[in-house]
Design a protein around this ligand. Structure first.
Ligand code: SF4
Ligand code: SF4
Length: 408
């Protein structure tokens, strides 16, 4: 798709990259059929091809309207379109650039900007999130019903047995995360127990921060970059000290970290560090798929699990079916819902910024998950877990907790 960028916009690297990506799209429209927002709204402009046209138009005219921004903001960044696209169009990269520009040319109303600023200032910082969540639990009855449902129940964390360096010669860094460490500490506790059973010690990187995904998705690349720099320095020190990998229990964080190289100019020192870390960062399903799970000795009486594959796992990390296969190999009955490729509507902060669409997607997803006959819903990302849990009739758990629960 030939594009002539308006001179008024300049020639930044991001715009040049956008031009290249636009050229790779042959506007065949295959992606439209698998786009969740197109399926809901039936408008070409709420599908990937329509959004690509909007971005092209904006780049050529140097102008954007509220309509442009609205259609771009409705995108979940689920990347289902990237999985479908036969031409390998890097849609997510293009959307980030397009959305950033649309927000500059047609700013959001003040209230919306305030909400995004608040999310950026709280979610990535456990030291701010924990007291805010504690207070919210205390005053829950006084809050509006929609907000009440967003407050996750307290997650009891049974402290795992102390890692024992004398018997565990292998070690990995276990990423702590921001929202997950506050809202569901039981997930990493289960991961530590499973890894210990495999003879692997886990390390926590002192001073580690949020992976940066929240800021990245909310169009604050500078903060995402500085969080990444901090993490890279801390993790690589431990990798140099003998840790074999960085293991991540939230698929959205794993994707963000594996894509750190995109945050830095090619050839810069942090780009090199990010590339090195990319080799060592593994989502926990990916890491365990490379281990001998015979050592775990899993019971065979676990109820069937209906598995929700997060978009970050199946479309972002390109690991469709990997976790399901791992759990089946370990002896679990794993059921997959129809239309498993569609997003549940969580999508980072989308559930807060686009509640209507997000709610419709969740309703559809839960109906399909609950009709598989599974007795529990398993997933691999804290965002999906908290979002589904708000309305699910079944329990929603991270699959690593389920695996650990049924180890002999
Ligand atoms: S993004 Fe890919 S699938 Fe969609 S219209 Fe362009 S080339 Fe076709
Ligand atoms: S990322 Fe998801 S919501 Fe956005 S255009 Fe692609 S398929 Fe549609």
């Amino acid at each position: 798709m030939e594009t002539h960028i308006s001179q008024a916009l300049g020639r930044s690297e991001a715009l040049q990259e956008a031009e290249t990506i636009l050229r790779s799209c042959v506007h065949c429209g295959f992606c439209t059929a698998t786009c969740p927002t197109y399926q809901l709204l039936g408008n070409e402009l709420d599908g990937p091809r329509g959004r690509i046209y909007l971005i092209k138009e904006m780049l050529e005219n140097g102008q954007a309207s509220d309509r442009t921004r609205t259609h771009l903001d409705r995108c979940l960044l689920c990347r289902s379109c990237e999985t479908t696209c036969p031409s390998g169009v890097q849609y997510a990269r293009l959307l980030h650039t397009g959305r950033h520009l649309a927000h500059e040319l047609a700013p959001l109303p003040l209230r919306e900007r305030g909400l995004r600023r608040l999310l950026r200032a709280t979610l990535p910082y456990p030291g701010r999130m924990a007291p805010a969540l504690g207070l919210a639990r205390l005053i829950r009855p006084l809050l509006p019903r929609t907000l009440q449902r967003k407050i996750p129940p307290a997650s009891p964390v049974t402290r795992p047995a102390q890692d024992n360096p004398s018997t565990q010669t292998r070690k990995v860094i276990l990423f702590q995360g921001c929202v997950q460490s506050v809202a569901a500490g039981s997930i990493n506790a289960a991961a530590i127990r499973v890894l210990n059973r495999l003879g692997i010690q886990t390390l926590a990187a002192a001073g580690e921060s949020c992976c940066g995904a929240v800021n990245h998705h909310l169009d604050d690349i500078d903060t995402a970059r500085s969080l990444a720099q901090n993490n890279l320095d801390r993790w690589l020190t431990l990798i140099d000290g003998g840790a074999e990998a960085l293991v991540v229990t939230a698929s959205a964080c794993a994707l963000e970290i594996r894509e750190y190289p995109l945050l830095f100019p090619a050839g810069s020192p942090y780009h090199a560090k990010a590339l090195r870390m990319q080799e060592h960062c593994l989502e926990i399903g990916d890491y365990l798929a490379r281990q001998d799970l015979e050592k775990l000795r899993v019971r065979t009486d676990a109820p069937a699990m209906s598995f929700h594959a997060p978009c970050t796992l199946q479309h972002g990390l390109r690991a469709p079916g990997q976790t399901e296969a791992l759990l089946r190999k370990a002896g679990f009955d794993v059921r997959e819902p129809e239309e498993a490729h569609l997003c549940c509507g969580s999508a980072g902060t989308y559930a807060i910024t686009q509640p209507r669409l997000s709610g419709q997607l969740r309703e559809n997803k839960l109906r399909r998950l609950e009709s598989t006959g599974g007795e529990v819903i398993g997933t691999a990302n804290i965002g999906c877990l908290l979002h589904l849990q708000e309305k699910a009739k079944l329990r929603v758990r991270h699959w690593i907790e389920w695996l650990e629960k049924y180890c002999v």
